[in-house]
Design a protein around this ligand. Structure first.
Ligand code: NAD
Length: 286
């Protein structure tokens, strides 16, 4: 038998209308799955039709489109408006791509592509959906940033810049649209097991181990854990939370740079017994 809390959780999105971008994999897919369990109507978008096809159902409309195309924001908004007579309750601006390589080697095309998907498209869709929410006097928007939205990481300049812009967009819209009852927050995932990070784990296990060593919870997060945070922030349970830059990173942002975390050894006393050790290697993030 389900507990009272679980019953409550399952009602948060009943008959609400939501849009999720980048829904074919990882965090976006887990968000759609969570919304479906909670009774929402969903427009699920991804650039890859193959990845989203299986999500289609009576309550889920799938739209294969590149969010950075000029027509994408209008198309997703129009589809959502058809679902339940002109309302959109929640936008999950989740689609994003990574970038890697030395700053001096980044070409104009790569720079533009990362910005077009990670920040330009997020703004265009927020503006399009925001018009509907402002007219109705309410709604919630969650932008997926990253720990790279609040810190610098070497070898990822376009990604870091684009995610800092997502954090800026979140704060700017939250302060402009609060008077209309529209909340805007950002989720900053830390190391999370998804397609985006799987290659890293496989091809650079030492680097992955170092990344986990700077997470106080001592492990990467899962898509389901990121989705749980996302669903909370865009639900009415979070009705007084707006402009929040929420790090879901197992505590990594709270650890002073250069420290690593290990399991405490019994009887060894001092710093090691607390589970925290100083290392010379700088900590890194995604
Ligand atoms: N995985 C991590 O460790 C991590 C950490 C911090 C932030 N994030 C952020 O979380 C978000 C989701 O990432 P994920 O880890 O689930 O990645 P993922 O690669 O598993 O999923 C991203 C999805 O977005 C889709 N997509 C890519 N470009 C698109 C476009 N132009 N239009 C529409 N869809 C597009 C992809 O096809 C894919 O299905 C991203 O914004 C990412 O930057 C992820």
């Amino acid at each position: 038998m389900e507990s009272v809390d679980q019953e409550g959780l399952r009602r948060r999105y009943r008959d609400k209308v939501a849009i999720v971008t980048g829904a074919g994999s990882g965090i976006g897919r887990a968000i759609v799955e969570g919304l479906v369990v909670e009774g929402a109507y969903v427009v699920a978008n991804d650039i890859s039709r193959d990845r989203i096809e299986s999500l289609e159902s009576e309550r889920v409309t799938v739209i294969a489109a590149d969010v950075s195309e000029a027509s994408a924001a209008g198309r997703l908004t129009a589809e959502a408006l058809k679902m339940r007579g002109g309302r959109i309750d929640a936008l999950f601006n989740n689609a994003g791509i990574g970038s890697a390589g030395p700053a001096v080697d980044i070409g104009a095309e790569e720079w533009r592509r990362v910005m077009a998907i990670n920040i330009d498209a997020a703004f265009q869709l927020a503006a399009s959906v925001g018009r509907v929410m402002i007219r109705r006097g309410g709604g919630a928007i969650l932008n997926t940033a990253s720990v790279a939205g609040t810190m610098g990481l070497p070898g990822r300049v376009p990604y870091v810049v684009s995610k800092h812009a997502v954090v800026g967009l979140t704060r700017a819209l939250a302060v402009e649209w609060g008077v209309h009852g529209v909340r805007v927050n950002a989720l900053c995932p830390g190391l999370t097991e998804t397609a985006m990070s799987e290659r890293l784990r496989r091809e650079a296990p030492d680097y992955w181990a170092k990344r986990e060593a700077v997470v106080p919870l001592r492990r990467a997060g899962t898509s389901a854990e990121q989705a749980a945070a996302a669903l909370f922030l865009n639900s009415e349970e979070a009705s007084y939370i707006s402009g929040l830059i929420a790090e879901a990173d197992g505590g990594a942002h709270a650890l002073y740079s250069g420290y690593t975390v290990s399991r405490p050894q019994e009887g060894s006393g001092g710093v090691a017994a607390s589970g925290v050790e100083r290392e010379i290697t700088p900590s890194a993030g995604l």
